[in-house]
Design a protein around this ligand. Structure first.
Ligand SMILES: NC(=O)c1ccc[n+]([C@@H]2O[C@H](COP(=O)([O-])OP(=O)(O)OC[C@H]3O[C@@H](n4cnc5c(N)ncnc54)[C@H](O)[C@@H]3O)[C@@H](O)[C@H]2O)c1
Length: 295
């Protein structure tokens, strides 16, 4: 476990959902103190349980110890009061993907933390530039985009909004370097940033080809895993991401660009309408499907 706390030694984290729990784990594992805000006690307890599950998993795999677990959990402080964020060195926002929810909360947080404290957003699909424009001192706003699950995924996108101060970008790259096995990628603020702007069209192409009957879902995944050396086949990946989340990300990128590469294919909309969301509810392209006939 790294004990480096050179910068941002106490971080305010907004939202203790899927991503918030993973991010809290990553930050606390780097030796930092994390003050996590969510709307109510039940959500805070669910977030703490998710962090505990990550740590127990590490112990079971022999990559963590009981001492690590205690140390990490001790560094995560939970609250439902924005006032408790006074004194943090940076804020990472990871609440529900809704521009108004994020803006209202960050404005309130800004009044507590002061003008110079960096406000960082983990949004996947919203414009960081738009968000910065709605906040006091937009130069201290940037994106810090983690991938799911945050403790496992190794890339973090540092997103430069039009207003972001160059020094802040340098501080964020140095900060990411202090997180275990994470690498920063600095990207401009555009729909999907870097990874999703390339991933969304690829996944949408695969869905369209599958809908056209190119091959079975299993064979498409096997072909890309073995033929191109991808770690996870695209249809398995879609089930993991969640088809509703992928639809939302595609719609947002399409609305922002009118680029047809992002347009959600008809089968994606149908899958979501039929409540086939992937791993999260046990029905998707690969999850819960009987083995298909080969062509
Ligand atoms: N899930 C992913 O794969 C993924 C990956 C990268 C980035 N993101 C981004 O991370 C952010 C969070 O996504 P998630 O999947 O963790 O969502 P989630 O629904 O699991 O968690 C969101 C949390 O925010 C809390 N919240 C909502 N309004 C709040 C408020 N006013 N004050 C405090 N807490 C509030 C909710 O109670 C919930 O616990 C989104 O912006 C999303 O786009 C998600």
């Amino acid at each position: 476990m790294s004990e480096s706390t050179t910068d941002f030694s106490t971080i305010g984290l907004l939202g203790f959902g899927t991503m918030g729990a993973g991010i809290a784990h990553v930050l606390a594992s780097s030796g930092r103190t994390v003050i996590v805000l969510d709307t109510d006690q039940d959500r805070l307890e669910a977030g703490s349980a998710a962090v505990t599950a990550f740590l127990d998993d590490s112990i079971a795999r022999g990559t963590g110890t009981d001492e690590d677990k205690t140390a990490v959990l001790t560094r995560i402080i939970t609250t439902t009061h924005v006032a408790d964020l006074a004194g943090v060195d940076a804020v990472i926002e990871s609440v529900t993907e809704n521009a108004e929810v994020k803006t209202v909360l960050l404005r309130e947080v800004a009044t507590v933390v002061g003008e110079q404290i960096p406000l960082l957003t983990n949004t996947s699909a919203l414009s960081v530039t738009d968000l910065a424009a709605a906040l006091p001192n937009p130069a201290r706003v940037a994106g810090l985009h983690f991938f799911n699950p945050a403790p496992v995924q190794r890339t973090i996108e540092v997103v430069r909004a039009l207003q972001t101060d160059g020094d802040l970008i340098e501080r964020l790259v140095a900060f990411v370097d202090t997180l275990a096995e994470k690498s920063a990628v600095v990207v401009r603020d555009r729909p999907g940033f870097l990874i999703n702007s390339l991933l969304l069209p690829y996944l949408n192409d695969v869905i369209a080809e599958y809908d056209d009957g190119l091959a079975t879902a299993e064979d498409i995944d096997v072909a890309l895993e073995l033929g191109l050396g991808y770690k996870t086949g695209p249809l398995k990946m879609l089930d993991t991401i969640g088809l509703d989340d992928h639809l939302h990300a595609s719609e947002a990128a399409y609305a922002a660009t009118l680029d047809s590469r992002y347009a959600p294919p008809p089968l994606l909309r149908q899958m979501v309408a039929a409540d086939r969301l992937g791993d999260k509810n046990g029905h998707g392209f690969r999850t819960g499907q009987p083995t298909e006939e080969k062509n």
